[in-house]
Structures are given as C-alpha cells and as structure tokens.
Design a protein around this ligand. Structure first.
Ligand SMILES: [Zn+2]
Ligand SMILES: [Zn+2]
Length: 415
C-alpha cells in the first residue's frame, strides 16, 4: 500500500478506536488582544517523553532470568539513549527509582535492608520482606540495584534532562498497597538522595501505572508539580491542574514494536493530531526494552519530533517544564496599554518560582510590522528581547511571539 494511503487508513483506525477523543482544552488567556499562548514559543502543541528508569527494581515479582535480561539491557540502553537524545537535542524526564542514586547500602538491624523505611501494607507480588531482593552491597558488585554512574551520564549530557521520581523502591500507589506515611517517606527519601546533585524533584511517574491521585495532597506538599496520568479514554489533552497545583499529564502512547503496521507512523499521526487539538502528547518507555526498538522506532520518532520542533510547530520539553509553563500561564495577568508608538504591558502574577522553577510566558501580539525594540524590566534588571514572527499564521494577520521571563514586571514594545 502507498505510504500516504497507509497513513490515512491508520488514522481512521485510531480515530474509530476513540484515540482522538477530546481531552481538556487550554483556557483562553487573552488581555486586550495580547494572548498568552497555550505552549511556549507559540507552538501548537507539546511533546514530553518519560522513561521509567528502574533497572531490576520493577521486576522483583518476575523470574530471575527476566530480571537479569532487563537489567543488562537497561545498562546498555541508557548511554545509547542519552547519545541519540543529544543528537536531536530532545530532553526527557527520567522517572528514576530513588534507590538507583545510592553507591551502596548496608543491612540494618535484624538483617533487614532499609530497616528505617516503612513497608507497603500489602504486597501480592512476592512473599517476604519488601526489600528482600536488595543485595545490600554496592554498584560494583550489583550494578542491577544501584546506578549513580548512569545518572551521572544523563546529567553530563549537553541536553538538559529532567530527573523525576518513580518512588524510592518502586511501590504501588494503589489505595490498598500504599499508605500516606509510605508515600511521604518514599518521596522524601528521593528528595534527599537527589539534593546533593542539586536536583529538585518536580515530576513523578507512578510505578505499575497505578494512579495514586488520592495522594496528590502529599505529593504537592513535598513540592512536586507534575504526574503522569493514564486514562484509557483520553490520549491527547491539555494538562490539568489539581487543586493542589500538581499537573496531570495524559500519556498518549508507550514504546513498542507493532505487529501489523509501522509504530513510527502511529506516533506521527498522534503528534499531528496533538497539533490540531492544541494538546500535550506524551510518550513513555522502559529503558530495559529491547535495544532494537530504540535503534529503530524510538530514534525515528524523536527525529520526527525534532523536525516538527524546528519548524516551530511543536514544543518538545520535560514534564516539569511543561507544568511550569502551564502554571505561569495561569498565574499571569496582563495590564495592557496600547498607544500609537508603543505597547506597555504590566505583569501581575503570583507564580511560585521556587516550587515550579524558572520559565517564560509566551505572548502573541498582533503587530503590523517587526517592532523596533522590546524592553523587559524585572525587579532589579532590564533586558532587551526579540520578538519572532509567528511560525505559521492561519488567521492571515501578523502576529509576533515574545518569550518573557517569569521574573518580568513590565514590558515595553517600541513600534
Ligand atoms: Zn538498598
Ligand atoms: Zn516502573
């Protein structure tokens, strides 16, 4: 079948399956003709990617053979992934099991591993202690259970990845297998092992994809801002803010090899659909999956994302950065004054910079020509920024987009 026809057929199949059911739409944020765009840079949609990075921790309930295979592949794949993501300048969120930050650990009282950590109230995956598989040695002896070297490799990349959490010991956040105390201690432990590396914890992926939104108040209390959300009915949505200020990011697809069609085609169709729906696309994977999937499908998908990004259509970012942008967009109000020779905008915001981190808000401003100058004033500094003509302007009018730092108090555009 011709490739264009193939794509049309596939598109119809996904559509009939309900994969493009409308999720949330971005709210309109417009002030006297000046719009804060749904995505940074005025992009039509965003793409985020998360890796459930766990080596052996996720596979404790499986056979020793599978666990070993997964661990060997994960150690081989992570450096390869870092390299191809750097080639395309695509940052991802590494949802890392907190124990992997340790160089070593030791058996405590009564021979228990991590005796000071709470145990899940229920575990049907194996008999015995929650930490019984932990070898309590070090990364040289048991590289399946510790990975500070791989984490350093991710941090050394020129592409700035986000390190998120996948809990400390890969707990199940379901109501009957978790408790408030367990969730709090697991996440606190992750924050503690990340702090020496200067890494704030903002994003969480629930292990086993069992949603733990009933713990969102604790997750928010510890400063996190983004969680991955699974909803079989919705694949593409704008992120949703919980009352506690944590953004739910809908997963769109995982990584695999499809039997009957080219999986890369599916990703392309979903990405195009995300642009049409002003939605956030999210792809996730296990770095312990077969290497061929990364060498072929995954590599071609990130190349396609980079292409859409370079054309100005797609914002490719991390979970934490996406949440920060959505929050800033919600918390900024503009006081706009137009006159013949200039445009002045005063920013009023209660954006929590410490919690969400530094970001921009992108303004889309109707202007008949390239402005002469744009000056931004913050509390203690002044800077000049450039506006860019909008990448693709369907309305026929002329719009310029400006990325304004969240620290800005005032902006002056000289026409
Ligand atoms: Zn340990
Ligand atoms: Zn996992």
């Amino acid at each position: 079948m011709h490739s264009a026809l193939k794509r049309v057929v596939l598109q119809s199949i996904f559509s009939l399956k309900g994969n493009f059911a409308e999720g949330l739409k971005p709210t309109v944020r417009e002030f006297d003709g000046v719009e804060i765009t749904p995505f940074r840079g005025g992009a039509k949609g965003s793409a985020t990617i998360s890796a459930d990075f766990e080596i052996a921790w996720a596979f404790r309930g499986r056979s020793v053979e599978e666990r070993n295979l997964r661990a060997v592949r994960c150690r081989k794949n992570v450096p390869y992934l870092v390299r191809i993501l750097e080639e395309t300048s695509i940052p991802i969120t590494w949802a890392t099991v907190g124990h992997l930050f340790l160089e070593s650990c030791e058996r405590g009282v009564y021979g228990l591993a991590h005796a000071d950590m709470p145990r899940p109230p229920k575990n049907e995956r194996w008999e015995g202690d929650w930490y019984q598989h932990d070898p309590c040695t070090n990364v040289e002896k048991h590289p399946d259970w510790y990975a500070p070297d791989l984490i350093q490799g991710i941090l050394a990349s020129r592409t700035q990845h986000e390190i998120g959490s996948h809990s400390f010991s890969h707990i199940d956040f379901s109501a009957d297998t978790s408790s408030r105390e367990l969730v709090r201690r697991e996440l606190k432990q992750c924050i503690q092992v990340m702090a020496p590396l200067g890494l704030p914890l903002r994003s969480l992926v629930y292990p086993f994809n069992n949603m733990g939104h009933h713990h969102l108040d604790i997750i928010a209390d510890l400063g996190l801002t983004a969680v991955r959300h699974r909803d079989p009915r919705i694949r593409l949505s704008y992120p949703e803010r919980s009352p506690d200020g944590v953004y739910k990011l809908w997963e769109s697809m995982n990584m695999r090899r499809a039997g009957l069609y080219d999986y890369v085609e599916k990703a392309k169709i979903f990405l195009q659909q995300a642009l049409r729906q002003k939605a956030a696309y999210h792809l996730w994977f296990h770095p312990s999956d077969p290497t061929e999937i990364f060498e072929n499908e995954f590599r071609r998908i990130i190349q396609y994302m980079a292409q859409l990004r370079d054309q100005g259509h797609l914002w490719v970012t991390t979970m934490g950065e996406l949440a920060a942008y959505c929050e800033a967009r919600q918390k900024f109000n503009l006081d706009v004054h137009w006159d013949s020779g200039s445009l002045r905008i005063r920013f009023e915001s209660n954006y929590d910079l410490g919690r969400y981190g530094n970001t921009d808000v992108t303004l889309r401003i109707p202007l008949s020509r390239q402005p002469k100058k744009c000056r931004i004033r913050s509390a203690h500094a002044e800077q000049i920024i450039d506006g860019k003509p909008e990448a693709r302007d369907p309305s026929g009018g002329r719009f310029f987009v400006f990325n304004v730092p969240v620290t800005a108090r005032e902006m002056e555009v000289v026409l």
